[in-house]
Design a binder for this molecule. Structure first.
Ligand code: NDP
Length: 278
């Protein structure tokens, strides 16, 4: 019998904790503030930005909104980021990705002050994670560690397989599992025998961006399966990279889509804003 990892309720718990922290800081005279920058009006980005601002409002973090037109010059955006870096009333800076093609995401990320890098994408944050120093953690993988911890899934000594090696999910995920003393393997599109690798996993984390790719034959009996993927299928429903109905009975713990990893990303962003203010 498998156990569902309820990301929605764990994220709600974290938001309550953040709300208390934000209130404590307010009592001490500090109003936590997140600057949210969006360039253009890509519909998916607008939804993410709206949800982040809503979460801020709920937990008592002020969000300062900067909506720039699609044709904003790179220099203009960099100038805004520099101004926000200097602004003492701003604790965290979030530039919603993806950016229009004429703007270098790397340049923008590198311009954000590492002290305000609440997305955890700055090379300094990534470097700190790599050498085991304290710093901002990328929200999605940090959220997955919280999901495992709060569901009572032990990582230490376990075979952990991460499928996907992106800078925002796969790589930081692998480093965090390593920090928690997991034995970590990273698989990707050039991995020779993916099934042979994933079948060894006590904890299998899937972030590949392919709907329902992972079926029961990829999964070890009794494994914990975390599905990062998010897709809208033919009939308009959301699904993940894991074929949930096919896989669930084989697992001990599994995240659903929606309601698994998704809600954790914003909750961890809120947590990072508090850390930035502190
Ligand atoms: P990327 O496209 O950046 O990376 C995908 C990774 O999967 C790559 O490393 C790629 O390998 C690997 N991959 C692709 N196909 C295969 C395959 N057939 N076998 C093995 N590996 C494969 O995606 P992201 O990491 O940004 O996102 C992954 C998924 O997670 C997406 O569905 C995205 O929407 C979702 N997501 C959800 C979030 C949430 O909050 N829930 C947050 C972020 C992402 P290679 O490097 O060799 O190309």
């Amino acid at each position: 019998m498998f156990q569902l990892i309820d990301g929605k309720s764990i994220a709600a718990q974290i938001k309550e904790e953040v709300k208390e922290e934000a209130e404590r800081l307010k009592q001490a005279g500090i109003q936590v503030c997140l600057a949210v920058v969006q360039v253009g009006n890509d519909p998916a980005s607008s939804v993410y930005v709206r949800n982040k601002k809503k979460a801020c409002e709920y937990v008592g973090i002020r969000s300062a909104s900067f909506e720039l037109p699609e044709d904003t010059a790179e220099d203009e955006l960099l100038e805004l980021v520099r101004r926000l870096n200097e602004d003492d009333s701003v604790n965290g800076i979030l530039v919603q990705l993806p950016l229009p093609e004429h703007i270098s995401e790397d340049k923008v990320i590198q311009t954000i002050s590492p002290d305000k890098d609440v997305d955890g994408f700055h090379p300094e944050s990534v470097g700190r994670l790599c050498i085991g120093e304290k710093g901002f953690l990328s929200c999605t993988p940090a959220g997955i560690i919280e999901l495992l911890r709060r569901s009572g899934v032990e990582i230490q000594g376990k075979e952990c397989v991460v499928v996907g090696r992106s800078n925002i999910v796969g790589k930081p995920m692998a480093l965090l599992l390593l920090k928690e003393n997991g034995t970590v393997t990273i698989a990707h599109s050039r991995t020779a025998d993916l099934k042979e690798i994933t079948q060894r996993a006590d904890i299998l984390i899937v972030a590949i961006g392919r709907p329902r790719f992972i079926t029961a034959d990829y999964v070890k009996e009794g494994a914990t399966v975390i599905d990062v993927g998010i897709h809208r299928n033919e009939d308009g429903h959301l699904c993940g990279d894991v074929d949930f109905d096919n896989v669930k009975e084989k697992t001990a713990f599994i995240t659903p889509v929606p309601g698994g990893v998704g809600p954790m990303t914003i909750a961890m962003l809120m947590k990072n804003c508090i850390a930035a203010a502190k």
